[in-house]
Every structure is written in C-alpha cells, then in structure tokens.
Design a protein around this ligand. Structure first.
Ligand code: ZN
Ligand code: ZN
Length: 413
C-alpha cells in the first residue's frame, strides 16, 4: 500500500492518497493535438479518463519552454523562485552564455526527495537527458529512481537508482523519434507493474509536435501509442494527472518558409553594434526548432537608450510584447538576475532569431513549428478522477500547469 504520509515542499503540503500517483507532462502538447486524436477515436483511454475525471486548461510559465516549465512542475513554483528562466542566460559578470541544464542552477528543491522521505517510491523518467540532472537532485540518495530514455542503457544503481533499464522496459529508442516519448510512459508502466515505484513523474520530448501538425497521421499514431500506455497506468490503479510544458504552433509564412525576425541583425542595423540577443530555447537538439522560438532576452549596449530600443521593438509587426527587465520579471515571474535589459515575445506564427548566420534552417526537417511566447501558454490539464469542490473552484480560476502535483495529490476525489 503506497504511503499516505504527508510532506511539505516549497510552502505546499501534499497529502497523498493510498494509490499510485502518476503525473505526465506531454512535451509540447497543445490542446489541439488531443482534440485531433480524441475526435478521431485514437485516444479511447484519455476519452474515458476525461469522462470520469476532469478536463480543462492551465497556464504555463513564461517563457513557454521545456526546462522552465518542467522545473516549475517539479518544484511547484514559478521561475522567479526556482531560477530557471530558459535553457540559457547571459552572465554579464563573466561575459559568458551559460547553459542551465544542471540542478546547480535550481534555487529550490523539487518535491521528489520529500516524497521519498515520506515513504513514497519515487521514479522520474524523462525523454531527454538534459532534464535528468534537475529531476534527480537529492532523489537518488533517498532511494528514488531517475533516468532518461535517451541514456536508458547507461542508468546504474549508484547514480540513477536503477540498473538494467533496457531489460525491464526494452531497447533504448532513438532520441529524434516519437518512440523516445512512448518509452517514457512504457517505463512508467513497467516500474508500476513491478512495484518499483508508486509516485511517478513522466516527462516526454516534443520532437513529434515540432514536426507534425495535430491532424498528421504520424502524430495521430503517436498519440494512439501514448494512449495505450495511459490505459495501462489507469488499469494499474493510478490516479493520473496530465498536462504539458507548453503548446506548439506553426511559425511560418503562407509559402512554408520560417517567419523569423532576426532581432540582433535588425537592432545593429538600427542602433549600431553591441547588442546581444539571447534565445533561451537554444539547446543541443537543433533538429527540433533550429534554436528559433517566440521569446528573446535583449542586452542593450551602454551607449543606447533602453526605452528607445523598447519602443522600436514594440512597434515591430509580429512582436506581441517588449518589457524592461523589472516589468517582465513581475509580469512573467522571471528571475531578474538572469535576464537581459529587455524581454521580447512574438506572435503565434512568428519566431525571434539572432542573425541569419546564427541559425541553421537546413537542420529543420520540414516546416517550422515552435513555442516560447504567449500563444503557447495555455495547455491541457486533465485528471483521471473528479476534482474536490475546493480544487474545482481553483481550476475555474487561473490554474497553472505547475500546480499539477497539488491537483493530482490533494485535489482529486
Ligand atoms: Zn517542451
Ligand atoms: Zn520544443
């Protein structure tokens, strides 16, 4: 019987029910993807889950990127508190662009070590290795499990809390595939079945969503596979909470070419040298998005007026907002010490780039679909059980995707 001992993390108390708890973050799952699959009868288990449980929308953290939102989900707090405002930030002291895919950049603890201390068998499975370090912080020494499908074959007991993953779950999938994500859910099923875990966080990768629009046959097949694993998790008696880190939209012109504002080039042309545009979507997985997203941080050189630059950017077609650091930190709940002078977000079909030379558009297979701005902010929020009156009232307000553990653990009946 799973432990019902309560635990408190980052100001929130969790009172787990005596059943397995599974939270799924389906990376890049805009609501349209679920509708396309549900309407075609490709997700019968999700359909049943919605009918007996609850379905709505939640607001993600800005910028709508993977690391930002996954870190929010596992800590239950916004980026202003946990410190991860993107994959990258520019350290003005050292003059270096710093990649934040390590737990040493996270300023608060995740809920996992406390859940493990409270007697839960915690397992965290992610598709991309880049997130594992953040998820695993403090967990392995408490007896928990954390591994990625990308490096499933390398998981060992000492550092991952588990060895022989490929024998338990199956052969390691290719990272640029839908299988990398299905594998995450398969792993969850295998761990639950074997009694190796009863408190799971399963976080996939958005390779398929970057590549395919909601109605594409390939992604309908993908969602059918996800649904089959979801069905197994429900059969095993788990209460399941389902959300996404961000949505996904086509970012291209009518002719299919990427719709890019090369912000650094344009700023240099307008105001002179010295600008640095940071694109916090940048990561080693360029096939997904060519480092193009709908969000940028701008470092303005000293000889140029920040307010003048702000007004100029704000007037640009395709830009939805441009805030100074303090305003952006407040409105978007961002860590002000890891930001530029200005924060820019772009429209549903527009991405922000640095210079044309900086982006390898050839690496993009097919069209450009991406995320990062406001239009990828609203994501699915689904539970396998009905919500309590209190949480139903909260859900009718402005629920956040990073409230998912609170809702799943404390809010389902
Ligand atoms: Zn993502
Ligand atoms: Zn992405």
């Amino acid at each position: 019987m799973p432990s019902t001992t309560s635990f408190t993390v980052n100001g929130r108390t969790y009172r787990p029910p005596a059943v397995p708890i599974v939270v799924i973050c389906l990376d890049g799952c805009a609501n349209e993807y679920l509708d396309a699959a549900l309407l075609r009868g490709r997700m019968p288990n999700l359909s049943r889950m919605i009918l007996s449980g609850w379905r709505g929308l939640a607001r993600a953290a800005m910028p709508t990127f993977t690391n930002v939102n996954n870190t929010s989900i596992v800590t239950g707090r916004p980026p202003s508190v946990h410190g991860i405002g993107g994959n990258f930030f520019y350290d003005t002291h050292s003059g270096e662009e710093v990649m934040m895919n390590s737990s040493r950049f996270v300023r608060v603890e995740t809920i996992f070590p406390s859940a493990a201390k409270a007697g839960r068998k915690v397992a965290v499975v992610t598709a991309k290795e880049k997130l594992r370090d953040i998820f695993a912080a403090g967990l392995i020494t408490e007896g928990g499990i954390a591994f990625s499908s990308e490096k499933a074959a390398d998981a060992v007991k000492e550092t991952h809390g588990i060895g022989g993953v490929t024998e338990i779950v199956g052969p390691k999938p290719e990272i640029y595939s839908g299988d990398a994500s299905v594998y995450v859910l398969k792993a969850g099923v295998a761990l639950l079945e074997r009694g190796m875990a009863d408190f799971l966080y399963l976080s996939t990768t958005d390779f398929m969503q970057h590549k395919y629009a909601p109605e594409a046959e390939e992604i309908l097949d993908f969602h059918a596979q996800i649904d089959a694993e979801l069905g197994r998790l429900l059969e095993l008696g788990a209460v399941v909470g389902f959300t996404a880190d961000h949505g996904m939209n086509a970012k291209q012109k009518a002719d299919g070419s990427p719709n890019v504002i090369y912000l650094e080039s344009e700023l240099v042309e307008q105001f002179g040298e010295g600008f640095r545009v940071i694109l916090p979507i940048t990561d080693p997985y360029v096939v997904h998005h060519g480092a193009l997203g709908s969000f940028a941080q701008v470092h303005v050189p000293e000889h140029v007026s920040i307010t003048e630059v702000q007004a100029w950017i704000q007037a640009k077609q395709g830009v939805t907002e441009c805030h100074d650091r303090e305003t952006a930190a407040r409105l978007m709940e961002l860590p002000s010490d890891r930001m530029g002078d200005l924060v820019v977000a772009s429209g549903r079909d527009v991405v922000l780039g640095r210079t044309p030379e900086h982006h390898d558009l050839g690496a993009l297979e097919g069209g450009l679909r991406s995320h990062g701005g406001r239009y990828e902010e609203m994501v699915p929020l689904i539970f396998s059980r009905p919500l309590s009156l209190e949480h139903a009232a909260l859900a009718a307000g402005d629920p956040r995707n990073f409230d998912i553990f609170d809702f799943t653990i404390n809010g389902t009946r």
